[in-house]
Each structure stands twice: as C-alpha cells, then as structure tokens.
Unconditional design. Sequence first.
Length: 113
Amino acid sequence: MENCIFCKIVAGEIPSQKVYEDEEIVAFKDVNPQAKVHVLVVPKQHFATLAEMNLAQAEVLKHAMMRIPFIASTLGLGNGYRLIVNQGADAGQTVHHLHIHILGGQTLGEKMV
C-alpha cells in the first residue's frame, strides 16, 4: 500500500525504533506512547482489519500472537502487559494496517478505556 505509514516502516523508508523483526512481522516503539512501554507489532503484509484477512494472513496473525510473549519478555514486561487491536474508525484505528499494541511497564487500570 503506497500511502501506508506502516508499510513504509516495514520497507525501511521511514525510520523506527525496532525491538523485534523476523520474516513475517516487525515490532517497534510507538511514537506517541500511551504507557511506559508501548510497542506496535505489525505484519509485513498489508491488510487493514481482521475482516479483510485471508487464510494466509490469519497465519501471520497467529505467528504474531505466538511471538508476542517473547517480545514482551525482551521488553521487561514480566509482570504483565495489555494487548489492543483497534478495528475501524469507531475503535480509534488511525493507521489502516492491522497492528497489535503491547502496553506495559507500569500498572494499568482495570478499565479498558
């Protein structure tokens, strides 16, 4: 997707503070952190929402979910962390490339919002 900021980060066209990368996903620090630790896990393939996923993309999402515990451990999030996936405008999705927020490094409130 030519105007997608996350596709540009994946392609190395925009710098980021990567904390993890493999053949299918990249994880980098959020430029507008909402917690002491705020990392985005982004599939290298572009698709905007869960509803747009095909079976191959679902496997990439599965891979991302399997790698998140490792990523969280490298970030020092042994006491826990929160995962958030915003889907669409009403949920606050501002970049239309599926991504998973990892939030932690502090005690988070019980409420989701």
